[in-house]
Design a protein around this ligand. Sequence first.
Ligand code: TYD
Length: 393
Amino acid sequence: MKKINFLNLGKHPITNNFLPNAKPKNEFFYNLKLSYHTETKLISLNNFVPPKKMFNNRYAHRASASMTMRQAYADLAKKIKKKFNPRSILEIGSNDGVFIKHFSDVQNIGVEPCKNLADLTTKMKIKTYDKFWTFQLSKKINKKHGKFDVIYSANTISHIHKLNETFKAIENSLNVEGVFILEDPSLLKSLQKLSYDQFYDEHAYVFSITALKNITKKSGLEIFNIEALNTHGGSNRVYFKKIINKKFKISNNVKRHLLTEKKYGIHKFKTYQIFAKKVNKSKESLIKIFQSIKKKKKKIIGYGATYKSSTVLNFCKISKNYINYFVDTTPTKTGKFTPGSHIPIKEYKGIADDVDYAFLGAWNFKDEIFKKEKKFIKRGGKFITHVPFPKII
Ligand code: TYD
């Protein structure tokens, strides 16, 4: 298999490394380049960042930080109970327990390598393994708790570098009639929305259904259903079953998704060359927007210090030259500085009266934010977004 490079986004920091001061010593940077795999059509980062640099005791992201996501996980838990009625459930990447806590009436186990998060769910009386998901861990968990009716993993499998081992371990921990549900950002949506910010250190991969099918061929698992979601700017919820399990029929929507991707050209290298060109143009026009606002001496802040925005800020070299500060609701981010771009992050207390523009770092929560910021919009405040192309809204 050959990996071909198609986009160089420059030097980037660890997105999760929110800094205690604006002049950090020895900040770690790596080259963020994207690759196309000729055989599997998988899209990945060219160089992976060592996992312990990203997933550690200081992990900042809280899955329950937004109302949209809290509601989405509560709804999904209800749906899974109704559909599969599991007696046991394992979550890979259980974060702060926003999903797994809904299964306290059955055996619910979390796997979470970030100890600060694992400690949170342990306190909630959810048995949590503060370890990376590996085949060895799967064997250990099986021995202790048996196999599982449902294994769920949202925004985590795309973070794990060794995909073959990951899927083999999942197959190993699943009951014969069990279901593995994976939820990750959709490559098709990222290409369509030109959201190149889906690529950062943690997102070693952005999956297409085509690539998922190819890479799981030898795992003993197969896709039997897919749901397209709005979360994280467009995700896929992909249901896997064991190939030997004939209980679940393969839904027609699997074929449909594959066909839509084929029509878009997800399997062709040319598609990514075109994407790369558009991304470079997007950078130019975003910078122009910032420059023209600054010329008018208007004040810009950032709204939502997301991991995604780290890619935009560092790729476009947007720092305090344009953005005075970010506001964010996550306590582990506030009082700190954005990685690489070193912009202060303030605790969200509404948008201050002297702010003219807010750069939508959390563009994936645009609807929730617009509802909340009616006052700002009413007094003439504007948002800046780069998705699907740079504009003022
Ligand atoms: P998230 O969606 O997890 O994106 P990423 O994975 O790229 O980091 O992050 C959303 C961030 O936006 C999170 O730090 C919380 C913040 N946020 C606000 O500050 N206010 C809001 O109203 C919403 C919806 C999010």
